[in-house]
Design a protein around this ligand. Sequence first.
Ligand code: P1T
Length: 386
Amino acid sequence: MAEYGGGGGRIGTLAIHAGQEPDPSTGAIMTPVFQTSTYVQAKPGEHRGFEYSRTRNPTRDALEANLAALEGARFGLCFGSGCAAASAVMHCLSAGDHVLVAADVYGGTFRVFDKVFSRGGIRFDFLDFTDPAAVEAALRPETKVLWLETPSNPMLMVLDIPRLAALGRKRGIAVVVDNTFATPCLQRPLDLGADLVVHSTTKYLGGHSDVVGGAILTRDPEWHRRLAFVQNAVGAVPGPWDCFLALRGTKTLHLRMERHCSNAMAVARRLEEHPRIAKVIYPGLESHPQHALAKAQMRGFGGMITCVVDAPLEEVRTILGRFRLFSLAESLGGVESLIEHPAIMTHASVPRENREKLGILDGLIRLSVGVEDVEDLIADVERALG
Ligand code: P1T
């Protein structure tokens, strides 16, 4: 429900201050956890802006305003997970509407579109968005949304936000960017012409692997009105503790992202030289097919690396079990490094045929490079690969 009233500042200043005035009743510098479901009214309908915590909660307000400021948005809305945020956008559509989705998206995003919203009559097509001409050719009169992740999960494709946004604007189609991998420190899709930004705050924004959440940020009052209605009507809202934890995370986002980027670049370079690695995908490497676009569109290349191990599945499993610092787990974006196997873990809900087309094969592994000392991370990679 929160509207960010401005106040300005660069990203690090916004991360620490936006949406977080000291508590007016006590002066507490940290936003309190308003662990309350309801609010006393003086007379029926006479209240101070808060009636019931599904509709609005002050801790959630602070997080929503903070995230809106970081993304250069006017409005922010928070949800119980990234999947709930994606679902809120789809709840604004109707049976018969069509959505074009970039083929490489998080497996859970694919699943909720393909298995839940398609049952309600929304039609989805998944295709390669690295070719904007193919995207234009696939538009239909009933297309309402272009949905993309950039960099994408797990293949780290970089998509041309200004070009896709211009296409959406020309045809009156909303362009939604899942900015989870880049974060507003590295890329601000609204500045590049997108209509909505979606986040899994579970990842870099929270940053400490201790909270699950999602958010939608926009400058458009009409989208905000529709989404705020859905947020309240459907009720997939985060609790105040989770909002507090996410807010505590965003305060150090700019510092963490610098280290994620420099560590990932060093690990990617080492992987590139390693004889067991057939291919390294990292937007910061010259070998990445959209490296020039990444340089133009992003202020850094992020903490995610995907690579292909030159070994059969059984050996890949053994290698994954040998990592010590990189923990074998789903998720990403925390201070600690994680490693996972997309075909078996995060993208198991994507049909094998789609996975194979994208290159999500048995040898593919994904690293979320944390903010530990990089020498230790490289030593762990070398030990595990043997
Ligand atoms: O897990 P949740 O907070 O619901 O967020 C879903 C989601 C949305 N968008 C992107 C780009 C994501 O990566 C995710 C979640 N991803 C993982 C859990 C993962 O390991 O890839």
